[in-house]
Structures are given as C-alpha cells and as structure tokens.
Design a protein around this ligand. Structure first.
Ligand code: MN
Length: 265
C-alpha cells in the first residue's frame, strides 16, 4: 500500500517537472505585475460584455519594449497568469512556448511597432460597435466618457489593401494586414474594422480597457440617439478636455470593474 502511494507521488512529481508546452521562466516583478493586470483586464472585458468567447488584450513588455504579452488562444474569461505568452516585435512567439497563439496577434504587433507610446491593445467584436463599421454613420463621441473618440473612429476595410478586393475571412492574421490596420488607426484611440469589430489602444492596460468599455457604451447611446433625431456630438475641444479629465479618473472604473469581475467568478 505504501509502495503504491509512493509510485503515485513520484509519477505526479515527474509530471509536474516535465517541460510542458507552456513552461516559462520565472517572471521578474515588473513583468509579473503586467501579467496580473492583463489577467484582470481579460476578466473585466468579459464581465463588461466587450469580449465573449473571442477577443484579446495585450500589454507591451515593461522589460523589452519591442515585445508584448498576450494570452494563448483561449476565451478571455478563462485566462490565468500561466496562459500569458510573450511575443516579439513581429508577433512571433518568444522562446520554446509551443502553445497556440491568437491568429490575430498581428493587430497587436503592428500597432506596437507604429505607436511607441501605446502600452496596451484591445481587440473585440462587441455588437453595438458593428453597425458603425458597416454603414457610413461615424462613431463619434456623444458624451463625456468617450472624448477619446475625438473626430470619430476611422474604419478599416480589409478589402482596401487588396487590389482585387478579394474575399477573405476578415481576420487580420499576417503582418501586412496588421500594418494596414495600424496605418488606418493612425494617431486615433480606436479603429473600427468593417464587418468585424474594433481595436482600441491606450498608454496603460486600464486606459485601453476604459476606452474599450466606453467605445461599446458610446455606440449604444449613439444608436439610441439616432432613433430620436440628429445627435449633437462633442466638439473636438470638448473631446480633448473630457478625455484628459476622465482618463485621469479611469482607475476608479478599473477598481470597480475588477471587483465586479471577482464577484462573478
Ligand atoms: Mn477579431
């Protein structure tokens, strides 16, 4: 009996010591903090209805700014620290990590390349945003929470970069498409993707999350307003000033959303 228990224990220990597909070196404290923030961001974005089974969020590495961190290809609500992978500037997996990455990681790699001050990128398909990607109605800031939308979110059409306008699965799954998306984003905070979703950026993970949540809410409010009449949008000056004021306070939403996501577990 004792021998049997020993065998099981040794087998378990051996399994734990095996270099698994997701084996990672211990993380330094700055990286561990960003990884923790990313895990929370995944859960918050799910709890807030921005992502569902799909969508992803990344953070630029605090140690090597040409690298970024993002979960392996799983549903955002399930992401744990061990699921976070490291990618280089071209969206290639760093090291020997053999796990499946998101096909659309080039959205992230190309934006980090084009926008040195961007520290976090969110990509989602939330429903209220889609109408603005498939009509000529612009997504513009309708209230003080979404001043970051500025003059209105540009719309990326995946067919535009293709001379023959060939059909595709609409996914940004190579560097060329990622670079075209980053180009369409330009200096903006959010870019819509025709028939697909949106990508938001920020100077921190909480700000990228804040912008994603309020992109979806702005879209909902704008659609409601359009049913009633012609909306009055924020002026460019109001957009700039509300962006500065509200994003300074974005940590308040972050803390509340984190609590909500924790309670929902
Ligand atoms: Mn997508």
């Amino acid at each position: 009996m004792i021998k049997h228990v020993c065998v099981v224990t040794v087998a378990m220990a051996a399994a734990m010591a095996l270099p698994q597909a997701g084996a990672q070196a211990p993380r330094d404290s700055r990286t561990a903090a960003v990884v923790d923030e990313l895990v929370n961001a995944n859960r918050i974005l799910f709890a807030q209805g921005v992502v569902d089974g799909f969508g992803h969020i990344s953070a630029r590495s605090p140690v090597d700014p040409s690298h970024f961190f993002m979960a392996r290809s799983i549903a955002p609500a399930d992401v744990k620290p061990v699921d976070i992978m490291e990618f280089d500037r071209d969206g290639k997996v760093v090291g020997t990590d053999a796990r499946q990455p998101y096909a659309e990681r080039f959205i992230h790699s190309e934006i980090y390349k084009a926008r040195p001050l961007v520290m976090s990128v969110v990509h989602a398909h939330s429903a209220s945003v889609i109408p603005f990607s498939i009509t000529s109605v612009p997504l513009k800031p309708v209230y003080h929470m979404s001043g970051f939308l500025g003059k209105g979110a540009p719309v990326f059409d995946i067919r535009d970069g293709n001379a023959t306008h060939a059909d595709s699965d609409l996914l940004v799954k190579n560097e060329r498409l990622g670079a075209q998306l980053a180009d369409k984003l330009g200096p903006a905070a959010v870019v819509l993707m025709r028939g697909h979703g949106f990508t938001a950026v920020g100077a921190s993970v909480p700000v990228a999350v804040f912008r994603s949540v309020y992109t979806e809410q702005n879209a909902r409010i704008e659609i409601e307003a359009l049913k009633l009449g012609t909306p009055t949008f924020l002026t460019e000056g109001e957009a700039k000033m509300t962006e500065e004021t509200m994003e300074r306070l974005s940590v308040r939403s972050w803390d509340m959303w984190k609590k909500q996501a924790d309670q929902a577990r």
